[in-house]
Write a protein that binds this ligand. Structure first.
Ligand SMILES: Nc1ncnc2c1ncn2[C@@H]1O[C@H](COP(=O)(O)OP(=O)(O)OP(=O)(O)O)[C@@H](O)[C@H]1O
Length: 585
């Protein structure tokens, strides 16, 4: 026997369900408001009927009831708005938090395939559409759902025949809403896609504004932007036209119902089958129903938009890229790190990358990775840092496989300086102490001295408390690199990874920094990628990469004697130094 099909909860249920208390209170307030509002026309009908029969005290009593129900309906509406709109704000907060947490828990493989503008649009516009659905949309739906049955019940009670005749036009409306809702959903998905393209494009243009200006790309960027915004506007107008159909359709339905009421209800009164009071009450019922019915279209639209937004949010939350292990208290092993790669591979779709590669890095050793552009130096360093998942082979840390459970403690022991130094728009002090919050002042000055940044900091008006601007905009490229290096050194890492970390620093300063590093590092394991021979000579081992494979290995002295990449660039760079030396003298 086939299993009974389970009823699927609507998409928004999982968002509001955790707020059961607010939901129950909000729903109770809505029912209170709707019940009271539905009884107002009933008492107005009773008042008119009493007047008709000359029963003035009964009429006054009916008016008093009418006033009482109006007040209760007002209080209920006030509570309903506060509770349900508050609930949607909470849903919005939690959803944004979940997205933010999920983004921070992603490996950088995820960010390589995502675009920042698009992610921002999902965290902004899409979360907002969901809030509108779970707030005003849900409130209006609940209000309609509770008001309609009560009002229909009172109408049926007064005159079943007239009630059925008046209800007829509303069934037309339901069909119309269904069709429009389907179109609206499809259109909304397209609108949200264009919004995200527009966001991505603007973000790229503004971030790369120097390149845009230097290459005179303003006209081109403006025309692409114009094209996208026109597309967005066209779709927005189409959506408004669809949305605009809800109101006339609702108004038409209400007018048809009013027509039926006057024509048919009037004839019933003339025939003595309905009192004038009941007809008055019916007029009130229709007026009470008009707004909830009209807002049904509006809330249906909000739910379509919200669903499209939720689909885009879910794409981020359920992206197949693996999550990083959760942060928490980790213990960093004592002493320098020992690393070993056995047949390790990480290659991209293009076939570029690294591996299979074997590498033995004893604790306290120093390895320089050299090679031509795109030979795989950065990818190898990222593999050693545990930032790239291996597609084959293994990575051993201190003799044991570096599995997910040990990743966080590995990271806590690393000082990582990437090719492009990223600084936060904080003070120099905060940027330096990022990996060791609360580090004493003298330690900050010590690492600043090692990277030859102390003089500059002393000259800055705010000293260590100078705010470096977005991405460290007030610093030069070389100053940014040295700040990033100092930040890594402050952690006193057991493994220091320098990815061409001083490429923007002049050769003389770089030599001084390397000299300082020699003394500072102690027995820290060091891996660096460089194009400069004199930097590689800081290390006891050199690995030359060619298309991600080991082309040469040995000490700097051995490789200088061996024909190959290292000896070639050593010759060229010595020549360059000689020429520069002669030119200077
Ligand atoms: N995220 C990525 N997606 C696809 N291919 C990539 C990615 N990152 C790197 N590659 C490719 O992998 C190869 C190795 O890149 P890698 O950055 O390691 O080179 P590199 O030796 O550090 O170069 P450089 O000296 O210019 O810094 C390159 O051909 C590069 O195009």
């Amino acid at each position: 026997m086939a299993a009974p099909s389970s009823v699927r909860a609507p998409w928004w249920w999982k968002l509001v369900a955790p707020h059961r208390r607010s939901l129950v209170l909000g729903f109770s307030a809505t029912i209170l408001c709707s019940l009271a509002a539905a009884w107002v026309p009933y008492w107005s009908g009773r008042a008119v009927h009493a007047l008709e029969t000359g029963a003035y005290p009964a009429s006054r009593r009916a008016l008093a009831w009418m006033l009482a129900f109006t007040i209760v309906a007002g209080v209920g509406r006030y509570l309903m708005r506060n509770i349900l709109i508050g609930l949607s704000r909470e849903v919005e907060r939690l959803q944004r938090q979940e997205l933010y947490d999920s983004l921070l828990a992603r490996s950088f493989a995820f960010f390589e395939q995502s675009r920042i503008g698009d992610l921002m649009s999902r965290m902004g516009d899409d979360v907002n559409t969901v809030r509108m659905a779970t707030g005003p949309g849900l409130m209006s739906l609940l209000q309609t759902a509770s008001l309609l049955p009560m009002t229909f019940f009172l109408m049926l009670h007064a005159s079943p025949r007239l009630a059925m005749a008046v209800i007829g036009p509303f069934s037309l409306l339901a069909g119309g809403f269904y069709v429009i809702g389907k179109w609206s959903h499809r259109l909304q998905q397209k609108i949200q896609l264009v919004n995200s393209q527009l966001n991505t494009f603007s973000h790229e243009t503004i971030s790369g504004e120097k390149v845009v200006q230097a290459f005179g790309l303003e006209d081109l960027r403006v025309s692409v932007f114009e094209g996208l915004s026109r597309k967005q506007a066209r779709m927005g107008i189409a959506q408004t036209m669809l949305y605009g159909a809800y109101m006339p359709l609702s108004a038409l339905t209400a007018a048809m119902a009013a027509l039926v009421l006057v024509a048919y209800g009037g004839s019933l009164v003339l025939k003595g089958q309905l009192t004038l009071g009941d007809l008055t009450a019916f007029t009130g019922y229709l007026a009470t129903l008009a707004w909830p019915i009209m807002s049904l279209g509006w809330s249906a639209n909000l739910f379509q938009r919200g669903r499209a937004g939720q689909e885009r949010i879910d794409q981020v939350l359920h992206d197949a890229t693996p999550f990083l292990p959760a942060p928490g208290e980790v213990e960093v092993p004592a002493g320098p790190a020992a690393l070993k790669l056995e047949g390790a591979v990480h290659r991209f779709e293009s076939g570029r990358g690294v591996g299979p590669l074997d590498l033995d890095l004893a604790a306290g050793s120093r390895l320089a990775v050299v090679g031509g552009i795109g030979s795989g130096k950065t990818v190898l360093l990222q593999m050693l840092a545990g930032l790239r998942t291996l597609q084959g082979g293994s990575l051993l840390l201190d003799g044991a496989p570096l599995d997910e459970g040990r990743l966080r403690s590995h990271w806590a022991g690393i000082g990582w300086v990437p090719q492009e130094a990223f600084l936060f728009s904080l003070s120099l002090r905060e940027n330096l102490a990022l990996g060791r919050p609360g580090a004493p002042e003298e330690d900050l000055w010590e690492v600043a001295r090692v990277v030859c940044l102390d003089d500059l900091i002393r000259r800055l008006p705010g000293g260590l408390d100078t705010v470096v601007g977005e991405r460290g905009v007030i610093l030069s490229g070389g100053e940014r690199q040295r700040t990033a290096l100092a930040r890594a050194l402050l952690r006193r890492p057991r493994l220091l990874i320098l990815d061409d970390a001083l490429s923007a620093v002049d050769a003389e300063t770089e030599s001084r920094i390397l000299e300082n590093l020699r003394g500072f590092l102690g027995d820290t394991t060091l891996v660096l990628a460089t194009h400069r021979v004199f930097v590689a000579e800081l290390c006891d081992q050199v690995l030359v990469l060619e298309d991600g494979a080991a082309a040469q290995r040995g000490t700097p002295q051995e490789l200088a004697q061996e024909p190959g990449h290292f000896a070639r660039i050593k010759r060229l760079q010595s020549l360059e130094r000689e020429i520069l030396g002669e030119a200077a003298s």
